[in-house]
Design a protein around this ligand. Sequence first.
Ligand SMILES: Nc1ncnc2c1ncn2[C@@H]1O[C@H](COP(=O)(O)OP(=O)(O)OP(=O)(O)O)[C@@H](O)[C@H]1O
Ligand SMILES: O=C(CO)[C@H](O)[C@H](O)COP(=O)(O)O
Length: 402
Amino acid sequence: MAICTVYTAQSLNSISTPPKTHLGFSQKQVIFYTNTKRKPSSKRYGTEISCSAEKTVVIGLAADSGCGKSTFMRRLTSVFGGAAEPPKGGNPDSNTLISDTTTVICLDDYHSLDRTGRKEKGVTALDPRANNFDLMYEQVKSIKDGVAVDKPIYNHVSGLLDPPELIKPPKILVIEGLHPMYDARVRDLLDFSIYLDISNEVKFAWKIQRDMAERGHSLESIKASIEARKPDFDAYIDPQKQYADVVIEVLPTQLIPDDNEGKVLRVKLIMKEGVKYFNPVYLFDEGSTINWIPCGRKLTCSYPGIKFAYGPDTYYGNEVSVLEMDGQFDRLDELIYVESHLSNISTKFYGEITQQMLKHSDFPGSSNGTGLFQTIVGLKIRDLYEQIVAARAAAPVAAAKA
Ligand SMILES: Nc1ncnc2c1ncn2[C@@H]1O[C@H](COP(=O)(O)OP(=O)(O)OP(=O)(O)O)[C@@H](O)[C@H]1O
Ligand SMILES: O=C(CO)[C@H](O)[C@H](O)COP(=O)(O)O
């Protein structure tokens, strides 16, 4: 059974500014009995309302700005096949990406204060007071329940809140941004959560690379913007990693003493134990502690080489398994050698990780642990989704037998 909320008072087309909350509309709840397997939908006052019987699987991806969320999303959607694109015919500045299976929404769209509003109130976008968590919760819940929503858009070009866009329930909804795990109500809606933990040194190097080269910012302004965000980052963003099912931690290398170039990276994949539908990846032998230097006959390594490590640990009081890679690959096709020593990777055929990495060799991080672990997490999410769907399909049968 699905409960669909239908908005009846106002046409979407007549709204020139986004509704502050759903309360701008009059709502009525319609209960659809979905054992008929029909997908009910209706059109009211020019606003398409759709309601699906299938529950959407919701994934949360948290990270600070410029920490590789978009790159990760491109790797994830590629695992499911089909390109992810902004909604057709919609706002050209939409932050949403839609593919056959996934819809990725950016939580910046729930900023309650626009750029001027934040400046006037002296708050950053990371401050919860600049974000509408009630609306975020209501809308993510609606989508999870199979109900389309009119989601606001934060326009990064103008710094304004644009009129909303319709988001229909996909098979997989990814909510990415600063706060997917900040609000307990939103957190509880997540079927799986990921935190990209980029150390300050590395974040700085990436920001300089992008904001100086692509956005014309000066070194001083980049430094100032990182410093200005830091207190709120520490207070509101960083603590979310304790809730994540998987953390990808990116640190400077330990292979080069006192390295300050930030080109060679040490990356950790921290995987929580005991998460439903998720079995952590392991190297050689599950639960053992392993150190492995794969360089030699089957893997070409130039200075400073490559080191893998694997073993159990605790993270914020939780039992975890940690897989670590320090260094970078010279030849991506040789990654198959490393892949063949990893287990629980949820591939559908031998060499799928290597194939994905080769396919996107132009993405940032393809020669190191960031690309490798993002690809692995993408495959684990596909596996999690398939297990959830299979469990739901089996549930009525089990209930009928009981
Ligand atoms: N794994 C990586 N290795 C090296 N550089 C990277 C990596 N991931 C991201 N970067 C750098 O960081 C920049 C930002 O990456 P990306 O756009 O994926 O981040 P984002 O979190 O989506 O950013 P924003 O939220 O600001 O849009 C890239 O242009 C690139 O320079
Ligand atoms: O943290 C951010 C995105 O993750 C941005 O700083 C925030 O959304 C504000 O955007 P803009 O700088 O375009 O006004």
